[in-house]
Design a protein around this ligand. Structure first.
Ligand SMILES: *[C@@H]1O[C@H](CO)[C@@H](O)[C@H](O)[C@H]1NC(C)=O
Ligand SMILES: *[C@@H]1O[C@H](CO)[C@@H](O)[C@H](O)[C@H]1NC(C)=O
Length: 373
């Protein structure tokens, strides 16, 4: 069975424009709920056919993609996963779908149609002073993608809006959001991640570094780490947890129309996106990905940083994954744009950086000099 989970969900969204300052006007979702069941159904069926202990990377899949002239992308045995089983790989796919009952209360951003957008856009060059945008990280053996996408985007947005380099801590969100965000290394909700950033803020990476940074970021590492404990203390004694917090002012979804997603990235910086991962995606090497073969394995969240069109006229999104540089195109990938490939246009979340706490930090740094934004 081949299941295509895309498209239909967001056609039914009725939304209104809202000011970027975050004043939500009425937003309504009329939701057809088949999507979630369809994922669950497909997964059950795929698990009976897939041996969870077999290698995730299969020559037969790479061959099937590379011999398909319609594929538009190249497959390879990526070193990052050369020793991974299907089960180990699945654990990385930790993006859960936003529960239906909260969707009604989530602001949905759209942008004026009149905004002129470039045909190609790459946040790395648009804001070349912001070094976090082009970072490729590694989530290790933890299904923390939902946390990476949010924290990475917010770090970038601090630089874009306030002209500072700040690396924020995935570990804080992963360990301290608790059941509100889902289940830590066993997966979480991107939207709740952003809400945590609004209500609790997030400390710097320096204060609370990622737990799986060394040792377990390479293939074959077992056992998978458990969710780290929430310690609420900076590793360095002279930094204060509370003072190190950086906040988002908002947690919103971006309307799934490609133009709204582009405008959001163009105006405010990278966003977090979630999409459905099939077996073939583990084999992505270069080109513009579209699903060609293999079963559904789960939901994954990453950071969307730009878009463009190939010489052959294929529209794509440009994304930074957190599977290190030994996966994909030096850690990045492209996926079809405008066709909601694998649901990539359905779950776009973001927020804007807040001056809360931050203004004080700048004042402290400037020894009391007045700073306003
Ligand atoms: C995969 O595992 C084998 C055997 O345990 C090891 O020799 C090899 O170096 C591993 N490959 C990678 C890329 O880690
Ligand atoms: C951020 O850091 C990079 C590398 O250290 C530097 O080149 C850049 O100017 C910094 N940007 C800002 C906004 O301070």
């Amino acid at each position: 069975m081949k299941t295509k989970i895309s498209g239909f969900l967001f056609r039914f969204i009725q939304q209104q424009n809202m000011a970027l300052t975050g004043l939500p006007l009425a937003t309504f979702f009329l939701l057809l709920s088949a999507s979630y069941l369809q994922i669950a159904g497909a997964e059950v069926e795929s698990l009976t056919a897939l041996n969870l202990n077999s290698p995730i990377l299969k020559k037969s899949i790479a061959q099937q993609v590379n011999e398909n002239p319609e594929a538009g992308w190249e497959a390879a045995i990526n070193p990052r996963f050369s020793n991974y089983t299907v089960k180990q790989f699945k654990r990385l796919l930790g993006a859960k779908q936003t529960p239906k009952n909260v969707l009604g209360s989530v602001p949905v951003i759209s942008h004026p149609k009149s905004l002129k957008l470039p045909v190609n856009f790459d946040a790395r060059t648009a804001w070349s002073q912001c070094s976090t945008i082009g970072r490729i990280l590694d989530q290790g053996h933890c299904g923390s993608c939902w946390a990476f996408g949010a924290v990475e985007s917010l770090s970038d947005r601090f630089c874009i809006h306030f002209d500072v380099n700040i690396s924020l801590s995935v570990n804080d969100l992963l360990a301290c959001c608790g059941f509100l965000c889902g289940s830590g290394c066993d997966g979480g909700y991107p939207l709740y991640a952003w809400r945590y950033l609004v209500h609790h803020g997030v400390v710097t990476e320096e204060c609370d570094p990622y737990f799986d940074q060394t040792g377990c970021s390479h293939p074959g590492c077992e056992p998978a780490y458990r969710t780290p404990k929430c310690v609420k203390k900076c590793v360095s004694g002279n930094q204060l947890w509370k003072k190190s917090k950086h906040f988002s002012v908002s947690a919103y979804k971006v309307n799934s129309n490609p133009n709204d997603i582009m405008a959001e990235v163009y105006k405010n910086g990278p966003v977090e996106v979630a999409f459905t991962v099939y077996e073939d995606f583990a084999h992505y090497k270069s080109g513009v990905y579209k699903h060609v073969t293999g079963y559904v394995l789960g939901g994954h969240a990453v950071k969307l940083i730009g878009w463009g069109t190939t010489d052959d006229g294929v529209d794509y999104w440009l994304l930074a994954n957190q599977w290190n540089r030994e996966w994909g195109d030096d850690g990045y990938f492209k996926i079809r744009r405008g066709t909601n490939e694998c649901g990539i246009e359905e779950e776009v979340t973001a927020g804007l950086p807040s001056t809360k706490n931050f203004v004080r930090e700048v004042i402290d740094m400037d020894d009391g000099a007045a700073v306003s934004f």
